[in-house]
Write a protein that binds this ligand. Structure first.
Ligand code: ASP
Length: 421
């Protein structure tokens, strides 16, 4: 895979963005009042939600589980209603995984005392006002828990569900906990094959507290997805009225509502009520619809093919045991979160050399939170300015589709660096 060259696109002009928004305009579709459609199931589910993260009683039959003890994941895409199809509004499916946005607080001022992943998405959508201004909305309760509860096999199912939904819906919103949202977002960004808009959102305050960002974020995420403005952008993350590309975004604060930022590169746009301003476009959008599809097509692999990939953190006099342990456990790839421009301790370096002899592929990144890492060598690829946790998602997908070092390296050059020449 070669690095993409854009020539005239080395500077992104406003005219390009105008053209993008033209081809990205949503196809006319359908209307129905989602609140009405959801009504009876919502009432039952709402009652259950106050006590436990029980799924709605009318949730589609589970079609996928990840093992005998793993939680059920619902992947049955709800069909659009006839009213949805007949209306002119875009059709958006909200696929919910839980998180603080679905959090039930102890009382209306318990900003931190709440149970994440409690309230069913059908109830949340039914409580949103003015949906008729932006979209026809249907929901899928994929799961309902904190973001860290999801396995890579779950993310495989989530991604394939998004692609399945986009065969009929005009856009998808994924709700998730914010803790690992940057990893979930990047996984979707690299694997979803459709060019239609995918927006991931969540919140820092639970649904049920005064001044919560939850309703505003869900509403604006639906608005953004329905607008079609981020078609061919891959997955974008929208919280706090701010649109970030999945690649590069990171949670920078554990409590603030403006927690998500993209170090070095910045946000790509903002939502101010009815105005959606997109100031920059990713290379995928510049290639045009259908041309920037990521190579990581999950329909070509099984969940069991997802390669075990880990992160080893370096610090003063760090030992080599983490790398040795990961290698002994059958890990195929290890990302090192290095000091400064990617340096690791001498004990880690020795362990890395031994692991490379055993076929483990390494990616070097920096633990500083910002900045690029260059270079590489035998068995070692540089992660550019990917965070360790996003480099690990890319390495995992690379090693799930290929065991050839040069192929993995070239995919890092293409998908990891995303440089425009
Ligand atoms: N613990 C939550 C989660 O990641 C935090 C959040 O949703 O903001 O699921």
């Amino acid at each position: 895979m070669e690095k993409r060259t854009f020539g005239k696109w080395s500077l992104i002009h406003a005219s390009a963005l105008t053209a993008l928004s033209l081809f990205a305009a949503p196809a006319g579709s359908v209307f129905a009042d989602a609140a009405a459609a959801a009504s009876s199931s919502v009432t039952a589910a709402a009652a259950a939600a106050t006590t436990s993260p029980t799924l709605p009683t009318t949730a589609p039959a589970p079609t996928t589980t990840t093992g005998t003890t793993a939680p059920v994941r619902n992947t049955a895409i709800p069909p659009m209603t006839d009213a949805d199809k007949a209306s002119k509004l875009p059709n958006v499916l909200v696929i919910a995984t839980g998180g603080t946005i679905a959090g039930q607080s102890v009382d209306q001022t318990s900003f931190q005392n709440y149970k994440a992943g409690s309230i069913p998405i059908a109830q949340m959508v039914s409580e949103l006002p003015d949906k008729q201004k932006i979209a026809d909305v249907e929901t899928l309760q994929f799961g309902n828990s904190g973001s860290s509860a999801y396995s890579m096999a779950d993310l495989y199912d989530l991604s394939r569900s998004v692609d399945e939904a986009l065969k009929t819906y005009d856009g998808v919103v994924v709700t998730s906990g914010t803790d690992t949202m940057e990893e979930i977002a990047y996984f979707l960004d690299l694997t979803v094959q459709s060019d239609k808009p995918v927006v991931i959102t969540g919140s820092m305050r639970p649904w049920t507290v005064v001044g919560s960002d939850a309703k505003a974020n869900l509403y604006n995420a639906i608005k953004l997805s329905a607008s079609g403005r981020t078609a061919s952008f891959g997955t974008v993350l929208m919280l706090n009225d701010t649109i970030n590309l999945a690649r590069g975004v990171t949670k920078t604060n554990d409590y603030r509502v403006d927690t998500f930022e993209t170090p070095m590169l910045g946000a790509v746009g903002y939502i101010d009520e009815t105005t959606i301003r997109i100031y920059r476009a990713p290379e995928r959008a510049l290639l045009g619809p259908g041309k920037g599809k990521p190579v990581f097509d999950l329909s070509k692999i099984k969940k069991a093919d997802l390669a075990k990939t880990e992160i080893a953190y370096s610090y003063q006099d760090a030992g080599g045991e983490a790398i040795e342990g990961f290698t002994a456990a059958g890990t195929k790839g290890i990302v090192t979160a290095g000091t400064g421009a990617g340096g690791i301790s001498s004990a880690m370096s020795k362990a890395r050399s031994k692991a490379i002899e055993q076929g483990v592929v390494f990616v070097t990144t920096t633990r500083t939170g910002s900045g690029s890492v260059y270079g590489g060598g035998k068995g070692i690829i540089s992660g550019d300015n990917l965070s360790p946790q996003q480099a690990r998602i890319l390495l995992m997908l690379c090693l799930s589709l290929s065991s050839d070092f040069e192929t993995v390296k070239s995919w890092f050059a293409t998908y990891g660096v995303t440089e425009i020449e």
